[in-house]
Design a protein around this ligand. Structure first.
Ligand code: LP5
Ligand code: MN
Length: 246
């Protein structure tokens, strides 16, 4: 069994999500072969040194719980999202997780998967794509990570506020399509990655779509975000995918 989750946005401000996740690790994830976490696992990740931030005990607790899971033999793979693109080598070492690139392809005997967080396919959102291109540069990241943690946390909080305002503007102007993945870009992507299943998160619009590309049929499954009263894993049992409320 393989599980896929994303968009937990773990933070001390939503303790119910962290509790649900820890319960999920001990009771369900422990029984699977592979767990894929496809981005925005954390609400905002200012750098791996936040694991030992005395003010953020939760980060350490989550990292230790993942380590326990990986030590028990579950393969844990983590992909960057737009909130936690600074998860790095220290996080990987401390959690036992493998950081995987976006997109990530893998196959099992019965199916071929391509996985992504989803933000890279929101191509109509030019402002966001420009921001993304900047913060994904190695030089930008090295310079940002050289600032003190307290400063990085303040910048992240300011960016979060700016992002919420930008999203309100997009809603007000009825430009909600900017916050979804672009269909043409997606079909180009599916042409390049010959998969049976495409799984992504980011949009918080859980759904199952069917694309027809070059005479192939691809199922696109959009993962659900987690909240204080809801969590979900997408499960693959060797044949097909189904959603499991947690
Ligand atoms: O995240 P969410 O759901 O609110 O919206 C996203 C896009 N916004 C973002 C920004 C993040 O929320 C910011 C938090 C990152 C925390 C990381 C921690 C450390 C790094 C600090 C980085 C400075 O991803 C939003 C999309 C939406 O998804 C749907 O797809 O619309 O995009 C925006 O809101 C972007 C704005 O439209 C444009 C922002 C321009 C900012 C220009 C500054 C560039 C300089 C960068 C360096 C500081
Ligand atoms: Mn996202």
């Amino acid at each position: 069994m393989i599980h896929f989750i994303s968009d937990l946005h773990i933070s001390s401000r939503s303790p119910g999500v962290a509790r649900r996740f820890l319960h999920y690790l001990e009771n369900s994830a422990i029984q699977v072969q592979q767990l894929f976490i496809l981005g925005d696992f954390f609400e905002a990740w200012p750098g791996d040194d936040c694991i030992d931030d005395p003010g953020e005990q939760l980060n350490r607790e989550i990292v230790c719980a993942l380590k326990k899971l990986s030590d028990a033999g579950v393969s844990v793979s983590v992909m960057h999202g737009n909130r936690d693109f600074l998860l790095g080598a220290t996080f990987a070492k401390r959690s036992g997780a493998t950081l995987i690139a976006d997109p990530h392809e893998f196959s099992v005997p019965t199916a071929k998967f391509v996985l992504s967080h989803g933000d890279a396919l929101c191509t109509a959102d030019h402002e966001y794509q420009a921001f993304r291109a900047t913060v994904r540069q190695q030089d930008w990241q090295t310079s940002f990570l050289s600032r003190p943690l307290v400063e990085r946390k303040a910048i992240a909080a300011a960016m979060r506020q700016q992002s919420e305002r930008a999203k309100e503007d997009k809603l007000r102007q009825q430009h909600t399509y900017l916050m979804d993945i672009d269909v043409v870009a997606t079909e180009d992507f599916l042409r390049r990655h010959e998969a049976t299943f495409f799984i992504h998160g980011h949009t918080h619009r859980p759904a199952q779509h069917v694309h027809r590309v070059d005479n192939r049929t691809i199922e696109r499954w959009v993962l659900a975000d987690w909240s204080e009263d809801r969590g979900e894993a997408l499960c693959f049992d060797g044949q097909g995918l189904y959603r499991r409320p947690l």
